[in-house]
Design a protein around this ligand. Structure first.
Ligand SMILES: [Mn+2]
Length: 117
């Protein structure tokens, strides 16, 4: 089963980074407001660069002067089941402790949105 992680990132602005193990990399989205807890709530998910698989368990401090400087903590992690994937939609069943259940990433005109399905 592929894995996912949500890293709480205390950069200049606090955000959460959702990363899905996919195509042998970590596909990544920054969530300014975190993972939606309720159905129907749409949260902006800003697509960011793919990360190496080894980054999935990274926690620690990114030094000052480096991109993303600040503390990174794992907010949740686990496995997921890919339910649907098209160019504009990724639906998955997350099996984490906090991120648990069906979620969908949808690409809209304004970018990606993350919803609890
Ligand atoms: Mn980040």
């Amino acid at each position: 089963m592929p894995r996912f992680v949500v890293q709480e990132h205390h950069a200049r602005r606090l955000h959460w980074d959702l990363r899905l193990e996919m195509d042998n990399v970590l596909k990544s989205w920054a969530l300014p407001k975190g993972v939606p807890e309720k159905r129907g709530v749409k949260r902006l998910a800003i697509e960011t660069e793919d990360h190496d698989l080894s980054y999935i368990d990274f926690e620690g401090r990114i030094p000052e002067g480096m991109y993303g400087a600040g503390e990174v903590k794992i907010w949740d992690s686990g496995e997921y089941e890919l339910l649907e994937r098209t160019e504009n939609k990724i639906k998955f069943l997350a099996k984490g402790r906090k991120m648990n259940g069906e979620y969908v990433l949808i690409k809209t005109k304004v970018g990606w949105l993350l919803m609890k399905a």
